[in-house]
Design a binder for this molecule. Structure first.
Ligand code: PMP
Length: 437
């Protein structure tokens, strides 16, 4: 199994027949904190699926809501008509969002949420008579999904290089200025605004009158759990406000309690103009994403269109009744079980457990926030990513699902995790790390 073809299986997972036989890890079912594999393994879920199953697996409430909705109203066209559920869901999203986010645009995924937010940013600038503001600013090592907008503003060279020029007029904030200092990975404790101040240089270079929006993940997930230095997001906000640039937080991972507050915007007390989300919105059970939009953007666009929004944008499945039913059932679980504050309450225990890995073989850095942790391993010479991949394979064999990105292990368990399961997770991981050659 430990072959390059296994590593690349992820990218073509459903090639007919062959793949099923060749794939070493086939999941059969899931319940609570565990997956069960085809070959009888019980696997502790250290990643909430792919950062999405925040309420744990196999939630009966969601299954029932989905099933009832399909028999009641399986689909409703999006244009010129509606149905109640997405409105109800929007009301509940607005309840948990920061104040002033009274508008919700539904999508089917994180990638679509990102592309939607970028389009709204461009349209809003044009609606205000600022049609030259077309440039978009992302960040090196940012991940914003796989749509053309998302890979354009995303900062992962490997995801971009196959697709030519992508969106033009995109620039990127740096992820690091000096590897020893000023790096994201150094994390929150250090106040270091130099990285955020780089935005002033970008504004100077392109001129504010050409820039529409900046998009960042408040805590980058997929690229290895990268924490912003203290004050970073606030400074970005200040610079954006000063220059009339919109700030978008991509909260596809950080939304729905992952860091403790409903959204990272509240956790860091920095309010962007738009928030993208997906994943935890339906607990991963049904694809759905959303863009939460500040009232002032909506008002400006309505005014420009003299009472109607002229921008054409929408999906066949925007506000899908079944997805909305799953979303409502999911938010009810979050509320009833206080899962966001549970994440906040467990964060200290989680931190201590994560940091117990410091000093383990090959561990270079441990960073955490809420119920997320990143364990950075020393790379093998000439084989970047191989060490973490081997740790992933061993963990899976022993009954633990982790996520690896390069040589960084990313952990983000369902928010229902018990302390004893946190112990199990880190004990198993420690054993695997110590057994590495
Ligand atoms: N933005 C962020 C921050 C993400 O982490 C992801 C997915 N990991 C996406 C966007 C894309 O979401 P999706 O895979 O649902 O399109």
């Amino acid at each position: 199994i430990n072959t390059p073809s296994d590593m690349s299986a992820f990218w073509m997972p459903f090639t007919a027949n062959q793949q099923f036989k060749a794939a070493p890890r086939i999941l059969k079912s899931a319940a609570g904190m565990y997956y069960y594999s085809e070959d009888g393994r019980k696997i502790l879920d250290g990643t909430a699926g792919l950062w999405c199953c925040n309420a744990g697996h196999g939630r009966r409430e969601i299954a029932e809501a989905v099933s009832q909705q399909i028999s009641h109203l399986d689909f409703a066209p999006t244009f010129q008509m509606g149905h109640p559920l997405p409105f109800e869901l929007a009301n509940q999203l607005v309840e948990i969002a920061p104040k002033g986010f009274g508008h919700v645009f539904y999508t089917n995924s994180g990638s679509e949420s990102v592309d939607t937010a970028l389009k709204i940013a461009l349209a809003w600038q044009r609606a205000r008579g600022q049609g030259t503001r077309t440039r978009l600013i992302g960040r090196e090592r940012g991940y914003h999904g796989v749509g053309f907008g998302g890979i354009s503003v995303g900062g992962i060279p490997g995801n971009r290089k196959w697709f030519g020029s992508l969106l033009t007029g995109v620039d990127h904030l740096p992820h690091t200025l000096n590897l020893a200092k000023n790096a994201f990975t150094k994390g929150l404790p250090e106040e270091d605004l130099a990285l955020a101040d780089e935005l002033e240089k970008i504004v100077f270079l392109h001129d504010a009158s050409n820039i529409a929006a900046v998009i960042v993940e408040p805590v980058a997930g997929s690229t290895g759990v990268l924490m912003p230095p203290k004050g970073y997001l606030k400074r970005l906000r200040e610079i954006c406000t000063k220059h009339g640039i919109l700030l978008i937080f991509d909260e596809v991972i950080t939304g729905f309690g992952r860091l403790g507050a409903p959204f990272a915007a509240q956790e860091f007390d920095v309010i962007p103009d738009m928030i993208t989300c997906a994943k935890g919105l339906t607990n991963g059970a049904i694809p759905m994403g959303a863009v939460l939009v500040q009232d002032h953007l909506y008002a400006d666009m309505m005014a420009a269109g003299k009472g109607a929004i002229e921008l054409f944008h929408g999906y066949t499945y925007s506000g899908h009744p079944v997805a909305a039913a799953a979303g409502l059932a999911t938010l009810e679980i979050y509320r009833n079980e206080n899962l966001f504050s549970r994440a906040a309450d467990l964060a200290g225990y989680w931190q201590e457990a994560a940091h117990s890995l410091k000093g383990c073989k090959h561990v270079k850095d441990v960073r955490n926030y809420g119920l997320v942790a990143g364990i950075e391993l020393e790379s093998m010479p000439d084989a970047p990513g191989k060490r973490a991949y081997e740790v992933f394979v061993r963990c899976f064999d022993k009954g633990l699902l982790i996520r690896v990105t390069g040589d960084i292990i990313a952990l983000s368990p369902p928010l229902i995790i018990e302390r004893s399961q946190i112990d199990d997770l880190f004990t198993l991981l420690q054993d695997v790390l110590q057994a590495q050659p």
